[in-house]
Design a binder for this molecule. Sequence first.
Ligand SMILES: O=P(O)(O)O[C@@H]1C[C@H](O)[C@@H](CO)O1
Ligand code: URA
Length: 301
Amino acid sequence: MSLSNCVNLNNSNLDGMSSDFLYHLNINVANTKDTQDIQKQFGDVRVICMGGTGRRMLELAKYLRLKLGISGEGEPIDLCEAGHRYTVYKVGPVLCASHGVGSSTCSVVLHELLKLVKYAKCQDPIFLRIGTCGGLGVKPGTVVVTKDAYNGYLRNEHEIPILGERVVRPASFHEQLIEDIVKYGTQADDGFETIKANTMSTDCFYEGQGRTDGAVCQYTEEQKMKFLQTAYEKGIRNIEMEATMMASLTLMAGVRAGDICVTLVNRLNGDQVTITMDEKHEFEERPFLIVGRFIKHLLNN
Ligand SMILES: O=P(O)(O)O[C@@H]1C[C@H](O)[C@@H](CO)O1
Ligand SMILES: O=c1cc[nH]c(=O)[nH]1
């Protein structure tokens, strides 16, 4: 296998480790110098899809199996069930992995998936988040493909404390990849809009996203609206909880990534997510259509 497009992680310590237990995935890389077993199981992976819930990832795995014409009987198997943290399905060259709510749970599985594709010697793997979000001035049900990710300070960067220091990293997604993905939404007649826009990503669903309906709130409705308006003026059209971390970590790891989310609520009209579970289910599948077309094209070329 050519090593030219393998993942080279930005951590020389990994080279000094003879084994690596990907603890939350419950995958043991027993010999990091000879990863034949891992390569056999995961070496063909081209795309890693991630989303908050295990159920959505199961639905996505089933959808992609049909869409990509991949054979398989019964329900896809959760490869990481024994880890009791995340669900991971494999359909042909695609992994579908859950990540929980927010950057902290998402970063844990992302670190381990990045190491997995490195050990498996996957060729130029692409990481895609397929999620839900709040919308900003767009109709609920709109799909937003993220360009630049902004944090809760409305800065286009990811901020993280490391060794007691404030570390700030860039947080943008791969421009050409985003163009490629968004066109599978804009060029189709799906009955909903797909747009490319900036995303605000926060560590808190309530106060962090300027909601007034959390357990505590120390600002007025006017202050909230002013904040949301400022976000809107920065080209932000959706709000979720993983984009800055995902953009910055994948940039550091040198892999291409994208974030494709459907809006559940227009935050300029209110805070509560009031759509029914059936509507939510239908909305959640909208990014599947776009990502499915993108992956099909990728695999056929
Ligand atoms: O992918 P999902 O729908 O889980 O992502 C959004 C952002 C947060 O993780 C969560 C908040 O409800 O939903
Ligand atoms: O408003 C919303 C809806 C979904 N996810 C979020 O993070 N915010």
